[in-house]
Design a binder for this molecule. Structure first.
Ligand SMILES: Cc1cc2nc3c(=O)[nH]c(=O)nc-3n(C[C@H](O)[C@H](O)[C@H](O)COP(=O)(O)OP(=O)(O)OC[C@H]3O[C@@H](n4cnc5c(N)ncnc54)[C@H](O)[C@@H]3O)c2cc1C
Length: 413
């Protein structure tokens, strides 16, 4: 199989920049086609710990730390008085004991600059893609090729990477079906001046009357997002702003968390985000990051998948392996998160954690709990989300430890 060394990457988000950095360092020729971001705020602000080594490898951790909020853990609140706190420092010592809550516009800019420093060429234009007749190949429009003239060893790139996020450019062009997730939720997202916080660095997750909300502390403000069933959102108005404001006034949990919150940004609305593309690669194209699939905001897995997939794709190309190998790894990672997220929504994950917390304490149960949590925490830190042993252990726990309890107590409506 010929090497693919001349790469066109569409999109200027983290997946795109990370891929360009990895490849350019190895002498590949990467061209990023991207326009300046127009959205007032960007989602994806809370990172899991396993992103830290990826940031270190990309050489950007110190810069990211300089404008982000240090994140020592996470907490999940149910029924007002039931708070599950997780400090990353309590996880096994080979895992990072912290992560970051990150203003995403600055993070994207950091990575894009690092990609250019590594040698990637940035071209500010919206490419047009077309299918090459009767083939599985796609092509860039003539103007884009002209703008990139001289950047590659050939007139056309060897590989076109769709890293344009949920725009899913290649999937739409080739009519590739998306496998949808079970939830029909809407995420309403804005920044506010302040909310209650259990810890000033935690990512906070609270079950609402229906759905759940996140609070992500950022410098000088809090990202406050509501993930609610579509029908519930519609009962609260038409526009994203009406729905956000009405929910803030009427949902009992939001009232308790942020009775005096003042919104400092527009409200953005996302829906239909739980989906995985039926195909992720073709003859001369590949999808990277959200373009290939996105699972759910609840465990902040999006950036991890984006950056981890960028590294896996770079390794696949550098080792001259078939693109299908990368597709299989990415698909496994996405499906694993789909399953894990399902245990959050149906209440069995927290039910199982509660069962562990209420076990009689003796030397054996202390040892058992430490053994189990060391392995399960590898999933949620992002270190072993698709590791078969850890995943099977989680399956066992959510099936058997909740017997006799009522996991519905933790279900998300
Ligand atoms: C409601 C919600 C909350 C989330 N919260 C979190 C979280 O807390 N933590 C987390 O890790 N993840 C979170 N995510 C997921 C996270 O935002 C994404 O997984 C991550 O941004 C994916 O990175 P990416 O580079 O693949 O795509 P993106 O970040 O979407 O970047 C794609 C880029 O391509 C550009 N683009 C689009 N079309 C074109 C085009 N035609 N030509 C050129 N450029 C184009 C876009 O403008 C954008 O800059 C959340 C997602 C949602 C929906």
């Amino acid at each position: 199989m010929p090497s693919k060394k001349n790469i066109a990457i569409i999109g200027g988000g983290p997946a795109s920049s990370a891929l360009a950095i990895h490849l350019c360092r190895q002498g590949y020729k990467a061209v990023i086609f991207a326009l300046p971001e127009r959205a007032p705020i960007l989602v994806g602000e809370s990172f899991v710990p396993m992103i830290v080594p990826l940031l270190q490898e990309l050489g950007v951790e110190a810069e990211v730390a300089s404008y982000s909020v240090y994140k020592p853990g996470a907490c999940f609140t149910y029924n007002a008085d039931e708070v599950f706190e997780f400090r990353f420092a309590d996880t096994p010592s080979d895992l990072p004991s912290y992560s970051y809550n990150v203003p995403r516009d600055r993070f994207n800019a950091t990575l894009l600059t690092a990609a250019q420093d590594a040698g990637a060429k940035l071209i500010a234009r919206m490419v047009q893609l077309s299918r090459v007749d009767d083939t599985d190949r796609i092509a860039l429009d003539a103007e884009s090729l002209q703008a990139a003239a001289g950047c590659w060893d050939s007139a056309e790139p060897d590989l076109i990477v769709d890293a344009a996020g949920r725009a899913n450019l290649i999937g739409r062009l080739l009519n590739i079906p998306m496998q949808k997730g079970p939830r029909q939720d809407v995420a309403l997202f804005a920044h506010v001046d302040k909310t209650e916080l259990v810890d000033p660095g935690y990512v906070h997750n609270d079950r609402m009357d229906q759905g759940w909300c996140w609070r992500i502390p950022l410098p000088g403000r809090v990202s406050f997002g509501f993930v609610v069933p579509e029908a519930y959102a519609k009962q609260h108005g038409e526009t994203p702003q009406e729905q956000y404001e009405q929910l803030l006034k009427t949902d009992s949990v939001l009232q308790r968390l942020a009775p005096e919150a003042k919104r400092v940004t527009e409200v953005l609305r996302f829906n239909n985000y739980q989906s995985i593309s039926d195909r992720i690669c073709g003859e001369n194209w590949i999808m990277l990051g959200d373009a290939g699939g996105f699972v759910d905001p609840v465990f902040s897995s999006g950036l991890l998948i984006a950056l981890d997939s960028a590294k896996k794709l770079a390794d696949t190309l550098l080792e001259n392996k078939p693109l299908a190998d990368y597709e299989a790894l990415t698909r496994r990672h996405l499906h694993a998160w789909f399953e894990i997220v399902g245990y959050y929504y149906d209440g069995r994950l927290m039910g199982s954690i509660k069962a562990g917390q209420t076990m009689p304490v003796n030397r054996f149960t202390r040892w058992l709990l430490a053994w189990v949590s060391a392995r399960v925490s590898r999933i949620f830190s992002g270190a072993a989300a698709s590791n078969p042993f850890c995943l099977n252990l989680l399956r066992f726990l959510v099936k058997y430890t909740v017997i006799g309890l009522s996991p519905d107590r933790y279900k998300i409506k």
